[in-house]
Each structure stands twice: as C-alpha cells, then as structure tokens.
Design a protein around this ligand. Structure first.
Ligand code: MTE
Length: 298
C-alpha cells in the first residue's frame, strides 16, 4: 500500500545517498524561488541521525513509557488498512481509507531538526507531504480556526493504555494557520522507508518548530473546530505544557532548563548544543506569533 519494501535506501550506501540529496537541496535553494527554496534553506546543512537512533529511542506512551518500549512493543499494531475520520467544520466529512485518501499526494523528503520538550534532539529525514495538501481535500469552512488530531486507541495491542499516565486517546491541536504552514507535514516515511510503528505509522504529524509532543502519532481523527482544543500533555499538567509549545530557549520548563539540548548519538557528555528559538525555524514561522506574549502562550 505505501512503498515497496526495497527502496534506494537499501541499495545505496547511506552516506553517498545523503551527499547526493544535499546537493539537490543546495541547488534548489539557489535556483528555485518560493516554497521549495524556503524549505530547502530550512534543511540546509543538517546531518541526520541514523535509522537505528531514530527508530529505537522513542516516545509513544501507548506502548510504554521507556524510550525503548515503543520499538519493542509496537510491532503488533496493524496499520493496513487504516481509516481516518475527518469531521467538524468541513464540507466533506467522512471516514476515509487512508491509502485512497493520500494516494494522489506526492511525498517529498524533509530533513528537520526534532526537539523534544525533555531537552533531547535529533535530525530526522522524513518522507511525507504538507498537511495543507491534505486539508485542501476536505473543504475547510471559514468558521474553522483550529485543527484537532487524535491517535488510535487500541487496547489489544497498546499495553500502555491500561495505565492512566495520560488521558487516552492522545490528542493534539494546531491553530489553522500553523496547520497550513508549508513546514507542517504529515510523515509517512523515514529514510525513504515506510514509517515504523514506533514512530507513528501509518501517518503522524511533524511540526518542526514546536516541541515533539505536538507531533502526534498514528492519527485516526482530524477535526476542524472553532475553539482552541485541549491537548493531552496540557490536560495532564497545564502549568508545564501549553497549547503552543513553540521551542523557546528563554522559557524554561518548571522542572528543567530549555536553553540547551542533548543531541542523540553525540554522546551523553559531549553532545549538548544551544537550543534555537523556534528550533531554528524562526525566519519561516516567527511572523505567525507577531504581537503575542510567548511567555504567556508557552
Ligand atoms: N503521539 C502519541 N500518540 N503518543 C505519544 O506518547 N509522544 C510525543 C510525540 N507524539 C507521543 C506522540 C512526544 S513526547 C515526542 S518527543 C514525539 O512523539 C517522539 O517522536 P519519535 O518517537 O518519532 O521521536
């Protein structure tokens, strides 16, 4: 349904493949105006983490709270077929078969920094498409101001949902202009391969300028709504996690600093770097928050 098992990632040594892609990205940044140039600039010079790191150090609490639990426990989740309900303020509400819904949207690669609120980070080469391309199919009505998302709740295969660590199902939300921004993607792959269950198969959100918890996994519902939705982490601890969750080195988490981050794969002591405002995507997204108090709207 998604991709053949064998891709160029299997036949080309990763390093050569990356260099070729960087060249293509650099050419794009220099020669193409508009959206592609902006995106190419946003991913220029980034050195991705390995497949091993990206797929074995995860947060997916439905499969356990340990970083290695999702890779160990998510294998039994069946992601084909997969249905996504679209409802709320749209002209075309329905329960869609995912493979049919996205079959005519071409995927592209986006190499993004990924910064968890826990102060670790990676660089991930996602495959996916802009969320705005998916939303365009539903006929978003003018009264819609936010998009709410919901993760599958599958108690038979998700051992973690027996425990009330979070209020299941996991939910998230974006303001409509954030959802429509060209950097916001739905990811269906990593390194040219189908996205593994532990990373949110078959489709998860990626919002690179926000803390990782906004990037909700294994989505089964997309709702267009007028009021700001509550997200799972905000609900569990409103003084610690807000709705916006923009990466901001100047606003600490109440229990730890957000000024720096530990780069996964760089060694526990050697690999701390400064955290950038909006995770380094300020040129592209700061205008979305003009005039807002980002301390209050954390
Ligand atoms: N989505 C669901 N459904 N459940 C989760 O526990 N964890 C979030 C986010 N999406 C989470 C989720 C958090 S805290 C982070 S940091 C990222 O997923 C981790 O994504 P990764 O495992 O692909 O790195």
């Amino acid at each position: 349904m998604f991709k053949p098992d064998l891709t160029r990632a299997d036949v080309t040594p990763e390093r050569f493949w990356l260099n070729r892609r960087k060249l293509i990205a650099a050419l794009g940044a220099g020669s193409v105006a508009g959206g592609f140039g902006l995106r190419a600039a946003a991913q220029e010079g980034l050195e991705p983490n390995t497949w091993e790191q990206i797929t074995n150090y995860n947060n997916f609490y439905e499969f356990g709270i340990g970083k290695e639990d999702p890779a160990q426990n998510a294998g039994d989740m069946s992601v084909d077929p997969w249905r996504v309900t679209v409802d709320g303020l749209v002209d075309n509400p329905d329960e869609y078969a995912l493979d049919e819904l996205i079959s005519d949207i071409p995927t592209e690669e986006r190499i993004y920094r990924f910064r968890c609120v826990e102060a670790w980070s990676m660089v991930i080469p996602w495959n996916g498409f802009e969320l705005n391309k998916l939303l365009a199919k539903f006929g978003v009505q003018p009264e819609a101001k936010y998009v709410a998302f919901e993760t599958a709740l599958l108690p038979d295969v998700m051992e973690g949902v027996q425990f009330p660590v979070l209020d299941w199902p996991y939910t998230e939300g974006l303001r409509l202009d954030e959802a429509m921004h060209p950097l916001t993607i739905m990811a269906t792959g990593i390194y040219g391969r189908q996205i593994p269950n532990q990373n949110g198969a078959p489709m998860r959100l990626v919002v690179p300028w926000k803390y990782g918890f906004k990037s909700i996994k294994s989505i089964v519902r997309i709702s267009l709504v007028a009021e700001q939705p509550i997200n799972t982490w905000q609900e569990s601890a409103p003084s610690e996690y807000g709705f916006y969750a923009n990466v901001n080195p100047e606003v600490d988490h109440p229990r730890w600093s957000q000024a720096t981050e530990r780069v996964i794969g760089a060694g526990f002591f050697g690999g701390r770097i400064d955290t950038l405002p909006f995770n380094g995507y300020g040129n592209e997204v700061a205008a979305l928050y003009e005039g807002m108090d980002l301390r209050e709207n954390f």
